[in-house]
Ligand binder design. Structure first.
Ligand SMILES: *Cc1c(COP(=O)(O)O)cnc(C)c1O
Length: 398
């Protein structure tokens, strides 16, 4: 079966008593057993019968199995958020005395998890330039537990060469962990580019229009014991498993992912091209534009589409703030890949609690607005952007 057919027709693990066509939502905390032996077998992992919904729930397992069949992974673990997927993964691979080799260009909470929270537990951050092989090679040492990156960084839009990083990781016997949230796993195979563990914030493309918060850890089985440790240690001890209702919504979201993604990425490509013609916009950053510095690498790795997130640089911070305030159709909200187009000023929001020096270090500019392009008609989006820019340039003359 092709991916889109699998996304629709993956069967449940067991027949439902009422022949329900959709996977039922098993809203239960616990499961009953016929006798003490079958109970012991389930608790000790000798059977795969669910015992408690902190660790396993049939509705969540169904969602995990769909992702497994779409990615070819050996293990997929669904968690309560993208951050839970990242933190559970790093708790699983790191230990006191180890270091994580990564970039300064990271999602804000991932940056503070690695440089703040984890460093309090004796895991040190090694921030380097992941697009420079020498910088990575000199950062990795005998205590490095993983190389961690985002495939297109947000909001800088930097793309590193996954195969180059994978070669370094394999040589050192450590996993390459990639947050692939910005391009869906239905578009490209991160594993064939050398990624060992893939992380997705399923809040974004998968949830089916911003319905819910969720995260996925997709394990390709190349890091011995990792998937087992996630299930038998992290889910039990950290308690961040996905809930059945979220799994239900995201399973439905997965069915329409391909259709939504192709419209949204085409809208983003069209809009990016048209925004370049507007004089108030200093720079349009989108790896789908042919003269973007990462265009060729992004195409080679991710295929012809480039996602639905673009950033624009305006004249000043004030210009960004009034542009955002003037929007009428585009919504002022964080999040990515909602059905609605969303705009945000990252420096004053997502990165608002970092110092100016930290933001400079992370290349989060005061003059950047991030736009997540939705499913609307691009003529309407362009009209809103033009009017929002027009108003602000008038005001700035007064
Ligand atoms: C949103 C996001 C996250 C965090 O995911 P949540 O589901 O909000 O916890 C991590 N990485 C990237 C690239 C994201 O866009």
């Amino acid at each position: 079966m092709k991916k889109q057919t699998k996304a629709i027709h993956t069967r449940f693990q067991r027949q439902d008593a009422y022949e329900s066509l959709s996977m039922p939502v098993y809203h239960t905390a616990a499961y009953e057993f016929d006798n003490a032996d079958s109970m012991s077998d389930a608790f000790c992992g000798r059977t795969d019968s669910p015992d408690y919904s902190r660790v396993m729930n049939p509705t969540v397992t169904f969602f995990e199995n769909k992702v497994k069949s779409l990615t070819g992974a050996t293990e997929v673990i669904a968690l309560s958020s993208g951050m839970a997927a990242i933190s559970n993964t790093l708790f699983s691979v790191a230990a006191a005395g180890k270091n994580i080799v990564t970039s300064r260009h990271l999602f804000g909470n991932t940056y503070s998890l690695i440089t703040g929270t984890l460093s309090r537990f004796g895991v040190s951050p090694r921030l380097c330039d992941l697009t420079d092989i020498r910088s990575v090679e000199s950062a990795v040492d005998g205590d490095t537990c993983c190389i961690y990156l985002e495939i297109i960084t947000n909001p800088q839009m930097e793309v590193a060469d996954l195969q180059v990083l994978s070669n370094i990781a394999r040589e050192k016997g450590i996993p390459l962990i990639a947050d692939t949230t910005l391009i869906p796993f239905t578009e490209f195979s991160s594993h064939s580019l050398g990624v060992d563990i893939e992380i997705v914030s399923s809040t974004k493309y998968l949830s089916g229009g911003a319905t819910s918060i969720g995260g996925l850890v997709i394990d390709y089985g190349t890091c011995p014991g990792f998937g087992k440790r996630m299930r038998t240690e992290m889910l039990l001890n950290l308690g961040a498993y996905m809930t059945p209702h979220v799994a239900y919504m995201q399973t439905i979201g997965l069915e329409t992912l391909n259709a939504r993604y192709h419209v949204q990425s085409a809208n983003a490509a069209m809009l990016a091209g048209r925004l370049r013609a507007l004089p108030a916009i200093r720079y349009v950053n989108y790896v789908g534009l042919e003269d973007n510095p990462y265009h060729a690498l992004a195409q080679r790795q991710f295929g012809p589409t480039a996602g639905a997130m673009i950033t624009i640089d305006l004249e000043s911070r004030n210009a960004c703030i009034s542009f955002i305030n003037n929007l009428k159709l585009i919504r002022r909200a964080t999040n990515l890949f909602d059905n609605k187009t969303l705009a945000i000023h990252p420096a004053s929001t997502i990165f608002g609690l970092f110092t100016d020096a930290q933001r400079r270090d992370m290349d989060v500019k005061d003059t950047t607005v991030r736009i997540s392009v939705g499913l609307e008609d691009t003529d309407d989006l362009l009209e809103d952007i033009v009017q929002a820019l027009g108003d602000q340039s008038c005001k700035s003359h007064h």
